[in-house]
Write a new protein. Structure first.
Length: 183
């Protein structure tokens, strides 16, 4: 079980990384226990993610039914598939010594990425932001998230921009495949 101190430090480290401060890696518990604890992020992300899905589906005309079980399954498959593939690729690239900080930062970054969609989702839910506004906000968050994930790959793995870009692209491809196959 993660302590409140470790969680606070992880959020501080993630915030620092979001602000391009690589000193944020020093805030993470980079032990195997810290890696296991970083998967707490999915417990935090899942309900917020489902709320955002429900909000966006309710904006469709007519509103689209939501299978929360499928959405949750897709989220779990996306997460697990990327991490599994990233572990294999990072080892093949000879970067395994940097794998734990990468995975920890990747996991915790999801909290910031998903929570960044809460304000537009709430505004949308209460009629203060229309469907187009929510789409624009989603695109903006996605672009920042892609850069953030690229930055994490680049700095945590101490690798080239191209390798970081490839890992980020793989993350997107897995997400699209999970959406197509499960949702």
């Amino acid at each position: 079980m993660i302590s409140s101190e470790e969680f606070s430090a992880a959020m501080r480290g993630t915030w620092r990384l979001l602000n391009r401060d690589t000193g944020g890696y020093g805030d993470f518990n980079v032990s195997m226990e810290g890696l296991r604890n970083s998967f707490t992020a999915i417990v935090i992300v899942a309900p917020i993610y489902l709320f955002i899905i429900a909000t966006s589906n309710n904006l469709a005309t007519p509103p689209q039914p939501t299978s929360y079980g499928r959405e949750l399954l897709a989220l779990l498959v996306e997460w697990a598939a990327f991490i599994g593939l990233a572990v294999v690729l990072v080892r093949l690239l000879g970067l395994a010594g940097r794998l734990v900080p990468f995975l920890i930062a990747y996991n915790w970054s999801a909290v910031f990425i998903v929570f960044s969609m809460v304000p537009p989702a709430l505004l949308s839910r209460y009629g203060l932001l229309g469907a187009n506004g929510l789409v624009v906000a989603s695109i903006a968050v996605t672009l920042v998230a892609l850069y953030f994930r690229w930055f994490i790959a680049r700095t945590a793995l101490a690798t080239t921009a191209g390798v970081a870009l490839a890992l980020t692209a793989i993350d997107v491809i897995i997400s699209l495949l999970a959406s197509a196959l499960i949702r």
